[in-house]
Design a protein around this ligand. Structure first.
Ligand code: ADP
Length: 325
């Protein structure tokens, strides 16, 4: 995607960092079942750190505000962010364990995840330096794997500074108006959409979108292999198809999508919190994010699978060349 203007977009991420302990298995185990896995690897993850690395690889100047423990995992997590070029001046080291995610991935690339938050749960107080980072960014990107007061404070500071607030409501929960009122763009998958909207999961996506637009002005709903839908309170609704691929592991596809979306949004909208000004630009932003999600699903792992700008551009070009926008 061609950048608008000359500057690199600035994305501040306030969120979690976890070490993912990943086992591949023929099928996912049922409750109470013990299953022999086939392989094991440790991969830096956490939605916050993943989306920060995703944004940095997608071409943003990215700063991360979060917390790791005073253990080996914490050092690995810090090094992972640094080596992706993420500014880690806002990364605290707190006494105790780092966050850990236990992940099983089956032969069909379906996954099952349990998170022990560790230091992420201690990210309570943000300080003046964090505020300056957030105020200096085009986009604040945040999720729900760190305490809600920290998310809300970051969103308040962003809102006051004219920084666009992008909330990926994962893991899903219902949210207080205090936070929802600060959100410019909500990014959710189908499960998260239903939970945030307070609707049954079997409900039609359209109904969830309408319910979500009563809470926030703009929503992006991701639909896995079927792509994504954008909807806003001005009545704009756009459905974008995802690239057709042979998925290997969809673990961080949502993080790749969301990180790239934040970058593209900042590049196409600049400091305008209402977003890209034309339907064509908005379509490009969504397609580019879909290309990032699909490129991520082509490789195993979470953090290590996040695509570079060149990889996203390549899949975007081959998928959408000549398509209407
Ligand atoms: P999450 O991982 O948060 O549940 P999704 O599964 O909806 O999110 O995936 C996020 C995005 O990644 C999708 O909107 C799509 O663009 C891309 N994606 C995910 N899985 C696939 C797939 N199997 N084929 C193509 N694109 C995919």
């Amino acid at each position: 995607m061609t950048r608008r203007g000359t500057g690199t977009s600035r994305v501040a991420v306030v969120g979690s960092a976890n070490l993912d302990l990943v086992v591949t298995t023929p099928q996912l185990p049922r409750p109470g079942e013990t299953m022999l896995g086939e392989g094991f690897r440790m991969v830096p993850g956490g939605k916050g750190a993943n989306q920060a690395v995703a944004a940095a690889r997608a071409g943003a100047d990215c700063a991360f505000v979060g917390a790791v423990g005073d253990d080996d995992f914490g050092r690995t997590l810090r090094e992972n962010l640094t080596s992706a070029g993420v500014d880690v001046r806002g990364l605290r080291e707190l006494p105790g364990p780092s966050g850990v995610a236990l992940i099983a991935v089956d032969a069909s690339a379906e996954n099952l995840i349990v998170v022990a938050p560790g230091a992420n749960a201690g990210l309570a107080d943000l300080d003046d330096a964090d505020r300056a980072t957030i105020a200096g960014a085009d986009v604040l990107l945040t999720q729900l794997e760190v305490p809600l007061p920290a998310v809300t404070r970051a969103a308040r500071w962003a809102h006051d500074a004219g920084t666009t607030v992008v909330l990926n409501a994962a893991p899903a929960r219902q949210l207080p108006a205090e936070l929802l009122d600060l959100v410019d763009l909500l990014v959710v998958n189908q499960h998260e959409a239903a939970v945030v909207a307070g609707r049954p999961e079997s409900a039609e996506a359209d109904g969830s979108l309408d319910a979500l637009l009563a809470l926030v002005p703009r929503v992006v709903l991701t639909l896995g292999a079927r792509g994504a839908i954008y909807a806003d309170r001005d009545g704009r609704r756009l459905a974008v198809a995802a690239p057709t691929i042979d998925a290997v592991d969809t673990t961080a596809a949502g993080d790749a999508f969301t990180g790239a979306l934040a970058v593209a949004w900042a590049e196409r909208a600049g400091p305008d919190t209402t977003g890209p000004d034309s339907t064509g630009a908005l379509t490009d932003v969504l397609r580019w994010a879909c290309a990032a999600g699909a490129a991520c699903a082509l490789r195993p792992g979470a953090g290590t699978a996040l695509p570079t700008r060149t990889e996203i551009d390549a899949l975007f070009a081959t998928t959408y060349a000549g398509a209407d926008r």
